[in-house]
Design a protein around this ligand. Structure first.
Ligand SMILES: [Mg+2]
Length: 307
């Protein structure tokens, strides 16, 4: 749906009771009861044939896996430890049963990998394309969920992994950064986070805006995936490898903001398997900017998938 309508929902439900993080972030956080030291984190995502994947072109197992993975990525963006998932399917006739089996054969191994219990859902059959709706539930330490709005002036912007060209494979086969999120939440003070679903530049701009600051990125420091380079070689008219990294989306990496000292410790941490890189910082000037050479700042128009 269009951004303006979604923004109106965020406004309308901003003060619902019982929520410590309302609608509008990567996931919602439900208030903990008295004496409880953890809060529930809940997110939901619906994937549709023809929009998020093309069932005619891929093994349905990969679609099932992706449907769970995008939800786990949103939990990771809150610093949450996943607990359970609910799987709802609208299956096209006639081979609904076989399709359901394939979907589950893709998502169950991912659930096992991250200790997620399949806790329920709904399975319906109809004469329309496949839709998969998954709700994932996790927990965070009370009051410690990573929000988009927690960024502070002079924070560094860190990113896991590399960006761009996800259409060549990664948008289906990515590993949600669950382990990294759980580890970082336990050991470090992260001020703000978001996962990159729509586009690196767009999602950084969203985090900066939610935090009431601007974003400044250093293009030379952005880790560019080999797939972005491949796309740029295939068709230079569609942009450089950096353009792909900034705007392709569906990378499902994490953007994290914290103060310099903490950021340096994270980058040097040997316990992390996935590289974490500093790609910029939060600054006073609203909007998204890039440092083109040593002292020149130019405006960046955030790019990515607009719903
Ligand atoms: Mg997200």
């Amino acid at each position: 749906m269009e951004q303006a309508w979604l923004a109106s929902l965020v406004k309308r439900f901003a003060k619902e009771p019982g929520l410590s993080v309302p609608i509008g972030d990567d996931a919602a956080v439900l208030e903990a009861g008295p004496g409880e030291d953890r809060e529930w984190v809940v997110t939901t995502d619906m994937l549709m044939d023809g929009v998020d994947f093309r069932l005619a072109e891929i093994d349905a197992a990969r679609a099932g896996r992706k449907a769970l993975a995008v939800n786990l990525s949103d939990l990771a963006a809150m610093g949450a430890r996943p607990v359970a998932a609910f799987i709802s399917l609208a299956l096209p006739r006639p081979a609904a049963r076989d399709l359901a089996d394939r979907l589950y054969s893709g998502l169950v191994p991912l659930a096992k990998q991250f200790g997620v219990s399949i806790a329920g859902g709904d399975t319906n059959v109809w004469d329309n394309p496949l839709a998969i709706s998954i709700t994932a539930i996790g927990t965070v330490r009370r009051g410690k969920a990573w929000r988009r709005s927690g960024g502070k002036l002079s924070d560094w912007i860190l990113a896991t992994g590399a960006f761009g060209g996800s259409i060549l494979a990664k948008h289906l086969d990515f590993t949600p950064r669950v382990r990294e999120a759980v580890y970082l939440a336990e050991h470090y003070d992260i001020h703000a986070a978001i996962d990159v679903s729509d586009g690196l530049s767009l999602d950084i701009a969203r985090l900066a805006e939610a935090s009431g600051v601007g974003g400044l990125i250093f293009p030379k420091m952005i880790p560019i995936s080999r797939f972005a380079k491949e796309l740029a070689l295939q068709d230079p008219s569609k942009g450089s490898a950096l353009d792909h990294a900034l705007g392709d989306g569906e990378d499902f990496e994490l953007i994290l903001c914290t103060h310099e000292e903490e950021a340096r410790r994270i980058i040097a941490d040997k316990n992390l398997d996935v590289p974490i890189t500093a790609i910029g910082g939060l600054s006073e000037t609203p909007g998204l900017w890039q440092m083109t050479d040593k002292s020149r700042k130019t405006r960046v128009i955030p790019k990515g998938y607009e719903h």
